[in-house]
Ligand binder design. Structure first.
Ligand code: ZN
Length: 291
């Protein structure tokens, strides 16, 4: 079974969401992307999944796919809605007969109501490494879901209210975000990360016995919350490592105005600003400590 439905969310202006459904029954997997309009790598992965699901019948269970959750923000390649400037992924569970973004959130929340697990695809920026973001400490089922994904890093979320995955977890539905390099005002797609993420989603379906193929055994590493290292002076920043590099505490991360910047933790670089002139307060590196 395979269906496509278009939800039309009534408001002063119409918002159309294409929702694709494959198979029937449990487990019920819901993949979402494009809740932030400019986060193009996630949207691209959702389209890869759409092609995969059209070509490969499910052995059991069902997959619901929302490749583009915020079409108006996508049209502007921006995070927030151009209608009301609200952030859709801070608006769940939403409210019909409210602002366009709140109405959109409510419609997507209704679609998520029957899911057994939710994986929400996002972009973390063009200078970043991919990771699964999960409330591992709060929800063991979300931790288990994150560990089923062959994304090399799992980062503990701070859990902002109104996010689809945090609100779903609070309701008892395991949900995680996958953050992928790319996005930004140019809507950049990182092809290598997209391929890695696509394989991770197919691997998840294999582990649930939903599609043919040998189930994989991901071994992601767990990291603590992201922390940024900001420039304290202005000057030329020259990084030493690519995003996603394991570094020891005290390792040189780069130089700023000729002085070495060292890592306060043992862990991984998650964002590395490329060579550029920076000013005080601007982040040059984001790190996550190994758990
Ligand atoms: Zn996002």
């Amino acid at each position: 079974m395979s269906t496509k439905r278009t939800l039309i969310v009534e408001d002063l202006m119409e918002q159309r969401l294409d929702i694709y459904e494959f198979g029937q029954g449990s487990p019920k997997v819901f993949f979402t992307a494009g809740l932030h309009g400019g986060e193009a790598t996630g949207i691209f992965v959702a389209e890869l999944m759409l092609g995969f699901l059209r070509a490969n019948a499910l052995l059991k269970g069902s997959v619901k796919l929302l490749p583009l959750g915020n079409p108006a923000a996508f049209r502007r390649m921006q995070r927030t809605s151009p209608y009301d400037e609200l952030d859709l992924n801070r608006s769940f569970p939403g409210k019909a007969s409210s602002t366009p973004t709140m109405a959109l959130a409510e419609a997507i929340w209704q679609e998520a109501a029957d899911a057994d697990v939710i994986v929400d695809l996002h972009c973390c920026g063009v200078y970043n490494a991919s990771y699964t973001l999960a409330l591992c400490e709060e929800y063991p089922e979300a931790k288990e879901l994150a560990e089923r994904l062959s994304i090399p890093r799992i980062i503990q979320s701070s859990g902002a209210p109104g996010q689809l995955f945090t609100e779903a977890c609070a309701k008892g539905v395991p949900a995680v975000i996958i953050e992928l390099p790319g996005g930004g005002p140019a809507g950049v797609i990182d092809m290598d990360s997209a391929e890695e993420c696509f394989e991770a989603l197919v691997g998840l379906l294999r582990q649930y016995g939903m599609v043919e193929g040998e189930p994989n055994k991901p071994e992601p590493k767990h990291f603590d919350k992201l922390q940024q290292v900001a420039a304290e002076v202005h000057g030329l920043w020259l990084p030493r490592h690519e995003p996603g590099t394991m570094v020891a505490q005290g390792a040189v991360l780069g130089t700023l105005a000729g002085s070495e910047i060292t890592s306060p933790v043992s862990g991984t670089t998650m964002m590395t600003r490329p060579p550029c002139y920076v000013f005080p307060g601007q982040p040059v590196i984001a790190l996550a400590a190994l758990k």
